[in-house]
Design a protein around this ligand. Structure first.
Ligand code: KG4
Ligand code: ZN
Length: 345
């Protein structure tokens, strides 16, 4: 089954052609990172406009690189949510037009389910034993999800404020590092002492929820000159950026790993999967492996961040596992709308 995937939920315009949820013939990603760098975060209106410009060439490129025509495609899968409403609308409307014009089934996909199935794009997963514990950590999401079977999810916890990647991005900005903060903090941290600063740990009512805004405020208080403008803080002269980056990274990683390992144990998970942009972080990968005896898997770096191959893969597994391969049964109607706050259930 050939599925064309389309993704535009945040700041990447992406399209991919995937066979049987496994083999990506193409996986084109147009990143807007340079456009948003000067704002230190994703600027929604600019993101929507950039998607409008990029979407047609990106989809054409995905078909070209895969060396298939639209005729050969069995279904078009598109991210319906969660994400930025203006960004989602560009992908969904483009996918609708394409599907309607070519007479193809249209499948709306949950972006988080996409991140989960990014794992299936590279691992021989035919015999996964459920339940599996999944930690999705990205610029927009921090979710602990128990996957009981294909298409069967229980959200155990999520962030109450900033997403983990967002915390990396905001702290990166405080420390004067370029956007996105995650990879740049990781780079700076390599030269720093992770025990130089101890940050407070925020307690949440639900043990599997996360909160990162207190950590960000702690960095602000410790590293910057009091009274400086919040959006333009100045670093104290005696603060070591590598030490601060390393200490912050350690605090985030420890929080993520501890809750994930505990949830895996409590719910009897057989494996732990990490996905999303922050799962590219080496300390997170290493610490997770060190702190649990369960197998820990993560996608290769290029599939950690937003892409459309994972959207096509999620659609495929939904068709097979929940609808016995019947594309007509899973297809969404032309009235399908975006769902900016869609929970994965
Ligand atoms: O999955 P993704 O591309 O976008 C969303 O769906 O949000 O994730 C992007 C996020 C950014 O916040 C970025 O700072 C973070 O992932 N990130 C990292 C690393 N690489 C990317 N965070 C920590 N360490 C990294 N190596
Ligand atoms: Zn994402």
């Amino acid at each position: 089954m050939y599925i064309l995937g389309i993704e535009s939920s945040c700041d990447e315009t992406a399209a991919a052609v995937v066979i049987d949820g496994r083999t990506a013939l193409s996986n084109v990603v147009a990143s807007q990172v340079d456009l948003h760098a000067k704002f230190g975060g994703v600027f929604p209106e600019i993101a929507s406009r950039a998607h409008v410009e990029a979407i047609a060439p990106v989809v054409d490129q995905a078909l070209e690189q895969a060396n298939v025509s639209l005729d050969r495609i069995d279904a078009i899968a598109v991210t319906r949510g969660p994400g930025l409403v203006g960004s989602l609308l560009v992908g969904v409307n483009y996918a609708k037009g394409l599907a309607m014009g070519a007479g193809k089934p249209l499948i709306g996909v949950n972006h988080l389910e996409g991140h989960i199935y990014s794992l299936w794009l590279t691992e021989p997963f035919d015999e996964v034993v459920f339940p599996v514990l999944i930690l999705i950590v990205s610029g927009g999401h921090t979710s602990l999800i128990l996957m009981r079977d294909h298409g069967n999810y229980q959200q155990l916890g999520s962030t109450l404020d900033d997403a983990a990647g967002e915390a990396f991005d905001k702290v990166g900005r405080l420390l004067g590092l370029p956007f996105p903060g995650g990879p740049n903090i990781e780079r700076a941290a390599a030269e720093g002492d992770s025990l130089a600063f101890a940050f407070p740990r925020v307690k949440t009512d639900n043990d599997f929820d996360f909160s990162f805004s207190g950590l960000k405020t702690a960095v602000l208080r410790t590293a910057t000159i009091p009274g400086a403008k919040r959006h333009m803080p100045s670093l104290k002269p005696d603060v070591s950026v590598p030490d601060m980056a390393a200490s912050f990274q350690r605090a985030v990683v420890n929080l993520l790993v501890e809750k994930t390992a505990r949830a895996a144990q409590e719910f009897g998970a057989t494996e732990i999967f990490l996905s999303g942009g922050v799962s590219a972080n080496t300390l997170l990968r290493q610490t997770m492996r060190a702190k649990t005896e369960l197998p820990v898997r993560f996608p290769p770096l290029r599939l950690c961040t937003d892409n459309a191959a994972m959207i096509a893969a999620a659609a495929y597994h939904r068709v097979i596992a929940l609808h016995e391969g019947d594309l007509a049964a899973i297809s969404d109607g032309w009235e399908m709308d975006v769902r900016p706050t869609w929970l994965l259930t």
